[in-house]
Design a protein around this ligand. Structure first.
Ligand code: SF4
Length: 155
């Protein structure tokens, strides 16, 4: 049986980012397919809140780390966890999770964490859906760890 990868849909060109911008990385999809993976796309935020939507940040609260909308402070954690659980229950044969780097939902080791005053505490956190994948023992990678972006620095 073939291998299956769960991939952030925005990397495959879906305009599901909070502001509707497209930030595809077709080379990531191509590499996964070349390696024999069947690609299963997901986007918890688009499914739960639609596009466009208010951006959110991982924030430390008295109740633990939550995904809060930037301006209205709404807690978006529970619907994302529910989406992630449904997704991984439905696709129980996922071998690899490749999430969009720095996303508070999909980032694996690159999501930013803030305190209640908006001060950056860490930029090495797992987003809400990535954390669920990892908790289930799925191999997890940021897209930029799976396939680094070319170095555009001119020396
Ligand atoms: S990073 Fe994740 S939540 Fe954000 S647009 Fe991409 S798939 Fe959706």
């Amino acid at each position: 049986m073939g291998r299956k990868v769960a991939l952030s849909a925005c990397l495959a060109g879906k305009n599901c980012r909070y502001n509707g911008e497209i930030k595809a990385r077709s080379e990531v999809v191509e590499k996964l397919e070349k390696e024999g993976y069947e690609v299963v796309l997901f986007c918890p935020e688009d499914a739960c809140f639609g596009t466009p939507r208010e951006a959110m940040d991982l924030t430390v609260t008295p109740e633990g780390v939550k995904a809060l909308t930037k301006f209205s402070g709404e807690d978006r954690t529970p619907p994302i966890v529910e989406y992630a659980c449904d997704f991984f229950d439905t696709h129980s044969d996922i071998d690899l999770f490749v999430g969009k780097a720095r996303s508070p939902s999909c980032g694996v080791r690159t999501a930013r964490l803030y305190d209640g005053e908006g001060n950056l505490l860490s930029d090495e956190e797992a987003g809400v859906m990535a954390a669920e994948a990892r908790a289930r023992g799925i191999r997890v990678l940021d897209d930029e760890a799976y396939l680094p972006k070319p170095d555009t620095t001119v020396s």
